[in-house]
Design a protein around this ligand. Sequence first.
Ligand SMILES: N[C@@H](CCC(=O)N[C@@H](CS)C(=O)NCC(=O)O)C(=O)O
Length: 87
Amino acid sequence: MAVKLHRCPFTFLHTDHDACWKVQKALDEQGVDYEIVKYWAPFRGQRKSLIELSGQHLLPVIELEDGTVIRAESDVMAAQVREGAAS
Ligand SMILES: N[C@@H](CCC(=O)N[C@@H](CS)C(=O)NCC(=O)O)C(=O)O
């Protein structure tokens, strides 16, 4: 199983105002091989599988190959990725 980035469906902003993009950019910079899992459900209550996985409803979430789930403020997640947390 590859690393999975659970994220919102669109990252067209490509700015640091987009929490999902910030983390995806850090994964790209680190050369991490990952799969994207998009959540189309617009409402928090509809993200049942995300809540089951991570215990909360916000994106992004990183799921490591060993099943470890990483969810924190996106700035913190990006820093963790740059420190090698997903490598
Ligand atoms: N401050 C949080 C914001 C996270 C956030 O709002 N993520 C968006 C996707 S980019 C989301 O899940 N929005 C849906 C919602 O608020 O229910 C962070 O930086 O991680």
